[in-house]
Design a protein around this ligand. Structure first.
Ligand code: HEC
Ligand code: HEC
Length: 338
């Protein structure tokens, strides 16, 4: 029944090496990804296509100005891809951005607002930053810089891009970004739906998108997190939210694990992350945040690729978790009001 996903010590390194060799095989891209639904691997880019670390807009360059609902801003397709001046469709939904968030610094510090969005709401392939404690954000940047935080799936583009940014950002830049994102609240962003059957999806830009006319398939032990409106997410609209299909029964199972530790299976997360999972002191908030991101973090910590200064505090929480446990936990935390 249980599918152990633990990868420890030398075994993990060996297994990852095998996975990396598998990547050379031209057929079936993504087939070897650890938890392919949580770490979606993009199909190989068509020759000449740029890589922006997120859902790529259609390659055909259309000069016509674009708009999104609820905004008077107009942008061209080329502007959507500017890593050093990312689209800000809703300048009124966030405070003024510090330089590092709005522009970054060439060549290596891409603007934080490109991937995490100007309002820090984040997307399934990265993470939400708004409302997280500043000290926590600063610590994560140190961990990236010190090579203590990497993805268990090194071929997944967006986390690899973050690692490079974390290595290049200065303390001042990290602090400025941290204080900005910590200064306002994270808003409800993900609608969690228990389901047996889900629309068929495929990876695009590190997230799962629905295959048009693709029909339905069983959910299995997966979380399918996908845009509510793909066309708005493709243009990086910071008001375009997500939905997450989770297996039936996972919310109740997750609640037990998160609030009680499930009779020794794990430890009550609420002890450190707060009764309402909205964070406690420097410990990050989990409520309402991307469940695929949360699964990746639990998996990375269990596999030992995320081993930052504070990660040992998570050891007892993750060491015995199965994939099914992680799915249930993330389904529940995502369903809570931030
Ligand atoms: C190319 C896209 C991209 C850009 C630009 C980017 N990030 Fe990230 N960021 C990511 C991804 C992807 C992750 C998730 C990494 C993982 O899975 O471990 C992440 C994770 C983080 C985290 C960890 C969040 C948590 O809850 O632990 C912090 C902090 C962070 N980014 C800060 C920044 C800052 C500050 C900047 C600007 C200097 C920035 N990021 C720019 C993609 C990006
Ligand atoms: C003893 C305190 C403690 C307990 C108990 C605990 N956590 Fe954590 N958690 C932390 C700390 C501290 C961090 C930051 C770790 C780091 O910096 O690497 C963290 C980080 C996380 C993250 C990463 C968040 C992000 O934004 O990247 C997730 C997900 C998480 N915890 C989930 C859980 C779950 C689920 C449980 C219960 C099964 C749990 N935690 C129990 C202290 C705890």
């Amino acid at each position: 029944m249980r599918t152990p996903v633990r990868l420890v010590g030398v075994g993990a390194v060996a297994l990852l090496a095998v996975v990396a060799v598998g990547a050379q095989t031209p057929s079936a891209p993504g087939a070897n990804s650890v938890l392919p639904w949580a770490y979606p691997l993009n199909p190989p880019a068509p020759a000449g296509a740029g890589r922006a670390g997120g859902a790529a807009p259609a390659p055909a360059e259309d000069p016509a100005p674009l708009r999104v609902p609820g905004s008077t801003v107009t942008l061209t397709r080329a502007q959507l891809r500017d890593l050093f001046n990312p689209p800000d469709w809703h300048p009124d939904n966030h405070p003024p951005m510090p330089d590092v968030v709005a522009r970054g610094r060439r060549p290596d510090v891409r603007a934080c607002g490109f991937c995490h969005l100007p309002n820090g709401q984040g997307r399934p392939e990265n993470s939400s930053l708004s409302g997280q404690p500043a000290e926590y954000i600063v610590q994560q940047m140190r961990d990236f810089r010190n090579g203590l935080r990497a993805s268990a799936e090194p071929r997944m583009g967006p986390p690899a891009a973050m690692l490079a940014i974390g290595k290049a950002a200065t303390d001042e830049e990290s602090r400025a970004a941290a204080e900005y994102f910590a200064s306002f609240a994270y808003r409800p962003w993900i609608r969690v739906i228990e389901a047996d059957m889900v629309p068929r999806t495929r990876p695009q830009g590190g997230m799962l998108v629905v295959v048009p006319d693709g029909g339905m398939e069983p959910i299995g032990q997966r979380i399918i997190e996908t845009p509510e409106d793909l066309s708005r997410v493709e243009v990086r609209d910071s008001e375009a939210s997500f939905l997450a299909y989770v297996p039936r029964g996972s919310l109740a199972r997750g609640e037990t694990l998160v609030t009680t530790g499930g009779a020794g299976r794990t430890v009550a997360c609420t002890m450190c992350h707060g009764e309402d999972l909205r964070g406690l002191g420097p410990v990050p908030a989990l409520a309402g945040r991307s469940p695929s991101y949360v699964v990746r973090q639990l998996y990375d910590m269990q596999a030992g690729t995320r081993r930052g200064a504070w990660s040992p505090l998570m050891k007892a929480a993750v060491e015995r978790l199965t994939t099914e446990d992680m799915v249930a936990i993330a389904a529940y935390t995502a369903s809570r009001m931030p």
